[in-house]
Ligand binder design. Sequence first.
Ligand code: ACO
Length: 321
Amino acid sequence: MKTRICGTGSALPKRVVKNEDLSKIMDTSDEWIKSRTGIAARHLAVEETLVQLAAEASRQALKEAGIAAKELDMILAGTISADNILPSLACELQRELGAAKAVAFDINAACSGFLFALQTADVYIKSGQYRNILVVGGEILSKLMDWNDRSTCVLFGDGAGAAVVCPDETCGILSGVQGSDGARGSVLSCVGRRNNNPYVTNSTALSFVSMDGQEVYKFAVRTVPKAIAEALEKAGLTVEDIDLFVLHQANIRIIESVSKRLKVPMEKFPTNLSWCGNISAGSVPILLDDVNRRGLLKKGDKVVLAGFGAGLTWGASVMTW
Ligand code: ACO
């Protein structure tokens, strides 16, 4: 029995913010951002909440899968920027969709969040415990940015993607690898709310995402090709067998480096970061939906998904579409 993606969906906020727009409010330029990252624009939430974006993406995925929300057994949401600390994004999504019988919870694995949620769904399906699972990855990262820190805020965007997974005899996930390295967590972090109970003295200043860009870059270009190679070996496949590599969209230079290290042409690495930026847990499912809707995935194609991010965390999955 395999776990097959049988429907995808995505939703981006209406407001498009181009690099030129940012250069009017901070000391940056289209040339700097584009040449270092490949990003030209991003969508930022103004009116939208994350649960609204996730619900729109999920309805599209359910429609393509031909599954009603009330048939869902489980909802897993990869996110680090849920609208509320409580309840979770997954539980809010359950309410929005009317998925009354689903078990729902969030997974915090940053940019690997969708991969980790997908691999968790795979284990539940293979065990026979659940059949229909909605896997979501989404973020409103713009609220976690320090808009005075030009080295981070220009990189990220908002949005959500979704996939419905079901058991299938022939097609689906062939292998997966996951990894974490908490010892290096400080290179990409966002401190949470400080304890302010009556017995501690603490500043209540808000914290934002902070990143050692060059360390994250080195981590990504070393870890992603290795994770993909391990997942391929587990699946008994080689890079030549793969039709598409759907990678986390952090930086075009990271994707180019992975393509070079794996000796796979860039044509097999679709991207959306030029108009989406880095949407952390949202980037893989949003890109997957984009290639699915553009008809770039045919039944039987071999696809690799890979994510990496804060934690540090990383994951790769190989599947037959
Ligand atoms: N506009 C103009 N200048 C800027 C900007 C900006 N937005 N941001 C920084 N600069 C300046 C810096 O102040 C610095 O100036 P200085 O030399 O006078 O001190 C100069 O540009 C170079 O800064 P660096 O940080 O050295 O730039 P670098 O070439 O390393 O590029 C980047 C930064 C794009 C973040 C790069 O390190 C990178 O690609 N890192 C990978 C990490 C990544 O993509 N993270 C995304 C999120 S993490 C994830 O998704 C897993």
